[in-house]
Unconditional design. Structure first.
Length: 647
């Protein structure tokens, strides 16, 4: 199953999941209705009250109760989803976490940041924010957020101190799998609906606490207060709904954990990494427990079970049994956990399969060989070689630039430096105009960064911009808006937009605005037909970039891509190889294509790949353009591996 099939199935599974929760809500409605009827019976049992008591079934009352209950649960659920969905870091902060510094001092935090950035480049995702639960000794982690554009990865102090680099990489790969598979959004909805269901019981407890001895309309013959009766029934109803909800949640979450474990092995090709982390959970005295009382909010997101499951065993456990998880990765495991000592784990170097060959090929080979039909299969499925390439891309970035890009002001200066003119006179005029935005001494520092960036391998430019995104988001909103305006001004200064400038601008636009709240993904146009004009613009731009000065080659490439969208015997897409690419028109086309459904996006990516790689080679412009296309279509495309060099 490829990425797009998986995303479409995940979308349908979410609807089925919500339907199951809907059954739980129906049971709550029935319970609340009878709670109301019981309260009315109690209220009018006093023989001195001359009121006709209606029968147990009252359709009008039931409809009213159902409407009020659904509105109440829906409102509470939406509020909770809004609270948890503001950003990936909101949940980490709720649990007492703090951000890992952009330029950490301690070795463990530096290793964590390097591992996360390597994984981000390898998977084609923006680097998530990184948080640490400094008061938690259990070995655990989670990924949270509304979409990959605002995701955050959080680890406990126990994980950071007791896992080797390979084990840490396995855990991070597991969390990236949750991001790639859309689990964060599903978990956000589960958390919201469960909170709405729990609120019913909370209302019942509130009634009993606020009105312990009061009643309305008198007492019944047994002397039980009216409000107490209603409160007790609401607690009972809420508990039943909560039990049903937790059972549904547990069943779904356990399967997602198995999938994330297997994906982590596929990403790293190192089963000992994630298996070693799971074994250390079993052998560590604190296990994977989260002691914070608010840990319930993150239970379904955690790498390991964060709480003790005392009753009914696995019925309510959000994670599979630890031994079963390990044995699926390491069938030889017999269930005996190694003892984990209370101390810092020894630092171990990552052992990527083929690391040296990938790095050497990257440094020596400027060309990339690609089979067009294989591109779809790589989306959302990075390999160990892609992670190694991510490490190589990071390694090629000069250290002063890497340090600058991890602070908000420095990240802004790096983005500006990428766009500065190579002509000294023009560059000085640009810096003079941008002086107020860059801050005191910022112009001189930006000029120094620009000198370093002119020596940078061009293949590292867009990954560098991606690494700058987390720090850019920390800029004040007003300054960030001005910065984006200045980027536009720099691009328009020479009245000619290059492909790289276009790609950088679209990348910033998409990533910084939260990918247009990727909630549209999967729910847009279900057919390619209304989008053929925009598709022709996209394929034309790729063909022209791949074959500059070669009209016949461009036509052949365009034809190879368009045949993946339409039958050439019935429909022909317009393309003129002599017409310069209108990047503004391309931008508008991508904006519209971004709202297509997953099956349509799959067709578009496949057509784009056959256009760009018609000759089974990719140049830098094609690679950068296809990368931005994948970003706009919410398709995390790993970087293209260089061809192996001859010994």
């Amino acid at each position: 199953m490829n990425f797009f099939d998986h995303q479409e199935r995940a979308r349908r599974s979410t609807f089925r999941l919500l339907a199951l929760f809907g059954l739980a809500v129906v049971s709550i409605i029935v319970g609340v209705y009878f709670a109301i009827r019981i309260m009315l019976r109690v209220a009018f049992t006093n023989p001195r009250t001359i009121v006709e008591i209606r029968p147990w079934w009252d359709p009008g009352c039931f409809v009213l109760v159902a409407a009020i209950t659904v509105l109440f649960i829906g409102a509470v659920s939406l509020v909770r989803m809004r609270e948890l969905g503001r950003s990936g870091g909101a949940l980490a902060l709720l649990l007492g976490g703090h951000p890992v510094p952009a330029a950490p001092i301690d070795t463990a935090s530096r290793t964590l940041r390097n591992v996360v950035e390597e994984m981000a480049i390898a998977s084609g995702l923006p680097p998530p924010e990184i948080y640490l639960l400094g008061g938690e000794e259990g070995i655990n982690a989670f990924a949270a957020g509304h979409s990959p554009a605002d995701a955050a990865v959080t680890l406990t102090r126990g994980a950071l101190r007791r896992l080797s680099r390979d084990e840490l990489q396995g855990v991070v790969a597991h969390e990236f799998s949750h991001i790639l598979n859309g689990d964060m959004r599903m978990n956000l909805r589960i958390a919201g609906v469960l909170h709405g269901i729990l609120a019913i019981g909370a209302v019942g407890r509130g009634l009993i606490q606020v009105f312990p001895g009061r009643h309305s309309g008198g007492r019944n013959k047994g002397g039980v207060p009216l409000v107490a009766v209603g409160g007790l029934v609401l607690i009972l109803v809420g508990s039943i709904g909560t039990i049903l909800g937790r059972m549904i949640q547990a069943a779904i979450c356990r399967q997602r954990e198995f999938l994330a474990d297997s994906s982590a092995v596929q990403f790293t090709r190192n089963p000992e990494g994630i298996a070693g982390a799971l074994k250390k959970i079993g052998g560590w005295k604190a296990g994977s427990r989260i002691e914070n009382p608010k840990a319930e909010h993150a239970a379904r997101l955690l790498f390991g079970e964060g709480r003790r499951v005392l009753f009914f065993g696995n019925l309510f456990a959000t994670h599979p049994p630890l031994v079963e998880r390990i044995q699926r990765i390491d069938p030889r495991f017999e269930g005996r956990f190694p003892r984990v000592l209370d101390g810092q784990a020894e630092e171990a170097l990552a052992s990527y399969p083929g690391l040296e060959e990938v790095v050497r090929s990257f440094r020596e080979s400027p060309t990339v060989g690609v089979e067009p039909s294989s591109v779809i299969g790589t989306i959302g499925k990075p390999t160990a070689e892609h992670i190694a390439l991510g490490a190589a891309l990071l390694d090629r970035i000069p250290e002063p630039v890497r340090e600058a890009v991890r602070a908000p002001e420095g990240a802004l200066r790096v983005i500006v430096a990428l766009l500065l003119s190579p002509d000294e006179g023009a560059r000085r005029r640009q810096l003079a105009e941008l002086g107020p935005l860059l801050g005191e001494g910022g112009a001189a520092e930006t000029d120094r960064l620009a000198a370093r960036l002119r020596e940078l391998d061009p293949r590292s430019r867009l990954p560098l911009a991606d690494i700058a995104l987390p720090a850019l988001r920390d800029l004040p909103l007003e300054k960030l808006s001005r910065a984006v305006g200045c980027v536009d001004a720099l691009i328009a200064a020479d009245e000619e937009t290059t492909v790289f400038e276009f790609c950088l601008r679209k990348l910033l636009e998409r990533r910084l605005r939260g990918a247009a709240r990727e909630t549209r993904a999967g729910r847009g146009e279900r057919s390619i037909d209304p989008l053929l004009k925009e598709a022709a613009v996209l394929l034309g731009a790729l063909a022209s970039s791949g074959y500059p000065g070669d009209p016949e080659g461009a036509k052949a490439a365009f034809r190879a891509g368009s045949e993946k969208l339409v039958d050439p015997r019935r429909t022909s897409l317009p393309f003129s190889p002599d017409r310069p690419t209108d990047l503004a028109e391309l931008g508008r086309a991508l904006d519209r294509l971004a709202g297509a459904s997953f099956p349509v996006k799959e067709k578009l990516i496949e057509a784009a790949a056959h256009t760009a790689f018609a000759d089974h080679r990719v140049n830098l412009l094609e690679a950068e353009l296809l990368r931005v296309v994948s970003v706009m279509l919410d398709a995390p495309l790993p970087p293209f591996l260089p061809e192996p060099t001859a010994d």
